[in-house]
Design a binder for this molecule. Structure first.
Ligand SMILES: *Cc1c(COP(=O)(O)O)cnc(C)c1O
Length: 372
């Protein structure tokens, strides 16, 4: 059976180490904020080469906690891509902030600096670049723009942990370690996934780190002293122990995804009907998704053709954020052309760390067969 994401084979390959790590936590009874959480936090700080990691319960919480800790207020505008997962804008709506949804780049599907600049108003307080499908946003011009306008940059790194970006002076930084704050998710199918829910927030700023920790922990700076209104958002010790086992393998997992992407690219290279993922020169793509654009053909019919042959394929994302019923009040009524076109034409093929040429040949064969 071909899966979109094969977590089962991945687990089988690391089973002994995972099982031992989980059983150790159970035996320790150190379930909440235990040693495993502190260990993983330090490992993730080292991996990102960043001073502060604040673990939390999931990626959506990470975004919400970041916006609360930055003291964003109702009515503040935050610029966000219209082509993304709902979580990014959802937390803004929850906090009374106004998401300003802008169009994306047709090649990278990411936030272009020109669109962001055009959307800035006196009420704009922050930008949320989403490193979509595993590829870094072009951060250098975005960070410059943010600095000029005194805006916070909150990276949504849920899909791109492990990716990096090269600045024009040759410095390379990991996604999640470029803005004021980075937010990631350890949802099982993410590039660094645990076996349940998990998330983390990254920052260089010591004061912000302290606020982030307070917000995530009921707003307390001292036990039973609640200085601000916070939430309860923790990473379980068991999940942290699993993540430590997998973090050691993250670079190898990213390499496996890239290799699988190369294989697909080569297999579709002669097909003008399909546009394969565009890799930005200054970003290392970690292929959370392998997403094709159907340039000539019916995307939905292709998906049905694949489903009929037991080949899974997913549409990320079928509806622009501004056309979601929950967000209709934020929509001006103007359609964003690139986002609209992508929602109609993208299709994501199975992408994970355990793909083999034999599996990919079956997937490629079924896709090619549709266009025959
Ligand atoms: C998965 C995801 C999130 C949310 O993460 P959860 O851990 O599921 O809450 C946020 N943003 C993007 C872009 C995501 O892909």
């Amino acid at each position: 059976m071909i899966r979109m994401v094969d977590l089962k084979t991945q687990y089988e390959n690391i089973r002994e180490e995972i099982d031992r790590a989980v059983l150790d936590v159970i035996a320790s009874t150190d379930y909440i904020n235990g040693l495993a959480v502190k260990t993983f936090q330090a490992e993730l700080e080292a991996y990102h080469n960043i001073d502060h990691v604040i673990p939390c319960a999931n990626g959506t919480d990470a975004l919400q906690i970041a916006m609360m800790a930055l003291d964003l207020k109702p009515g503040d505008e935050i610029i966000v891509p219209a082509f993304t997962y709902v979580a990014t804008a959802e937390v803004m709506a929850l906090l009374g902030l106004t998401p300003i949804m802008v169009d994306v780049d047709p090649d990278t599907f990411n936030l272009p600096v020109e669109q962001v600049e055009a959307a800035i108003t006196p009420r704009t307080r922050a930008i949320v670049p989403v490193h979509l499908f595993g590829q870094s946003v072009d951060m250098e011009p975005l960070l410059q723009l943010a600095q000029q306008h005194h805006l916070f940059v909150i990276e949504d790194n849920a899909q791109a942990i492990g990716a990096s970006y090269e600045f024009s002076n040759g410095t390379r930084k990991k996604t999640g370690a470029m803005g004021h704050v980075g937010c990631t998710s350890f949802f099982p199918s993410k590039n660094l996934g645990c076996y349940g829910d998990g998330g983390a927030i990254t920052t260089y700023d010591a004061d912000l780190a302290q606020r982030l920790r307070m917000v995530a922990n009921h707003g307390q700076n001292k036990q039973y002293h609640h200085a601000i209104v916070g939430v309860n958002s923790r990473l379980d010790s068991i999940q942290a122990a699993i993540l430590s086992v997998k973090l050691k393998r993250l670079d190898a997992y990213c390499a496996a995804r890239r290799q699988a992407a190369d294989y697909y690219d080569a297999a579709f290279a002669d097909m003008p009907q399909l546009k394969t993922p565009v890799r930005a020169a200054n970003s290392s793509h970690v292929f959370h998704q392998y997403t094709l654009v159907v340039q000539d053909g019916d995307r939905d019919a292709l998906r049905q053709h694949l489903t009929d042959r037991q080949i899974p394929a997913m549409i990320y994302y079928p509806i622009p954020l501004y056309k979601q019923k929950a967000f209709e009040k934020y929509w001006s009524g103007a359609e964003l052309p690139v986002t609209e076109a992508l929602c109609r034409t993208v299709i994501s093929l199975p992408m994970h760390t355990e793909l083999t040429p034999a599996i990919q040949d079956r997937i490629v064969g079924a896709v090619r067969d549709y266009f025959k």
